[in-house]
Design a protein around this ligand. Structure first.
Ligand code: ATP
Length: 303
């Protein structure tokens, strides 16, 4: 299937500083694609290029198989990292204005906005000035104006920053709903737990270069470290294990009231370990523990 967005050999310099170097990326249709990387890695630079705010020095961007133009960029809903609403304007008025900039019919925009305001219980904000809203409240308005015209491609740069946990969950749920309804989502975030929860694919940038990309589950599998968790009931024996295998201290297994040990092997040996460890205790479960995206991120950027 043709990717929604395809970047080839993107390079961008700011004066003599190379912010992106030979970046190749393919964002599959229907994915929730996480763009990850430490501060300064080049994520926002890439997102600005996709939105045609800045141009690459060299390389190509394709949108649904075509050379990308500003007309394509208008089909994208983009929530930038630096949120910008006009402080003196009233909330409703401004949301309507932004919707019309995206080509929406004023009547349709007003109906849809009212629906959003009712759903999120923001009706009392309609006639307030933006400057009367808190940072998080203004961000909610900006989120609505980003997705209102129901673009099929959505780009969120750090969408959770500045939100309390309740509102972060609200935003997450809306993103999942938009995705279920057919949107492809490109998301830049530093919240690794959101990546594991939301993203089907990721790319990890470091110093302007891609160091890793692909499906999240495949990346986690590829970084497997022969680590297993044995959960058991009752007293902890001194486990007898094959040479080279290490067993951690016993710890409580979260929430279950059972106990657990982590078993670290020098090579894949789930079958053998299960066979040897199960008779030594009253076992509940034995499973492989894949590294988290957080572990993989740290390992990859420090390599
Ligand atoms: P963060 O996670 O901190 O948001 P990022 O991955 O989005 O980082 P970018 O904003 O793309 O990083 O910046 C990449 C590099 O390019 C940084 O070193 C930054 O200082 C530099 N840079 C970005 N914009 C400009 C600019 N307009 N002029 C000069 N340098 C810039």
């Amino acid at each position: 299937m043709t990717p929604v967005l395809h970047a080839e050999g993107l390079r961008k310099t700011y004066q003599s500083f190379v912010a992106l170097e030979g970046l190749d990326l393919s964002i599959p249709e229907g994915s929730i694609y996480g763009l990850l990387g430490p501060n300064g890695a080049g994520k926002t630079t890439f997102l600005r290029m996709v939105n045609q705010i800045i141009a690459p020095d060299s390389g190509h961007l394709r949108f649904q198989g075509q050379d990308m133009t500003p007309a394509h960029a208008r089909k994208i809903g983009y929530l930038p990292e630096e949120r910008g609403l006009y402080k003196k304007m009233k909330v409703g008025e401004q949301a309507l204005y932004l919707a019309q900039l995206k080509g929406m019919d004023p009547k349709v925009a007003k109906t849809k906005l009212k629906e959003w305001f009712v759903r999120w219980e923001l009706q009392s904000w309609w006639d307030k000035k933006v400057e009367e809203l808190s940072k998080g409240q203004a961000q909610k308005i900006q989120f609505i104006t980003t997705v209102l015209h129901e673009p099929k491609v959505l780009i969120f740069d750090e969408p959770f920053s500045g939100f309390d946990p309740v509102n972060a969950t609200l935003i997450r749920d809306e993103m999942l709903r938009l995705h279920r309804e057919g949107a492809t989502i490109l998301l830049s975030t530093h919240r690794m737990e959101s990546v594991e929860e939301l993203c089907s694919h990721i790319a990890l940038l470091n110093h302007g270069k891609k160091v890793l990309d692909g499906r999240v589950q495949e990346i986690r599998e590829a970084h497997r470290s022969n680590t297993y968790r044995l959960v058991f009931r009752g007293e902890a024996p001194t486990f007898q294990v094959p040479a080279g295998v290490q067993v951690s201290e016993v710890s409580a297994h979260a929430g279950s009231g059972h106990q657990a040990v982590t078993v670290q092997a020098p090579e894949p040996m789930a079958g053998l370990l299960m066979q040897q460890l199960a008779p030594q205790c009253d076992p509940i479960s034995f499973e492989e523990v894949l590294p988290s995206m957080n572990d993989i991120f740290i390992q990859s950027v420090q390599a």
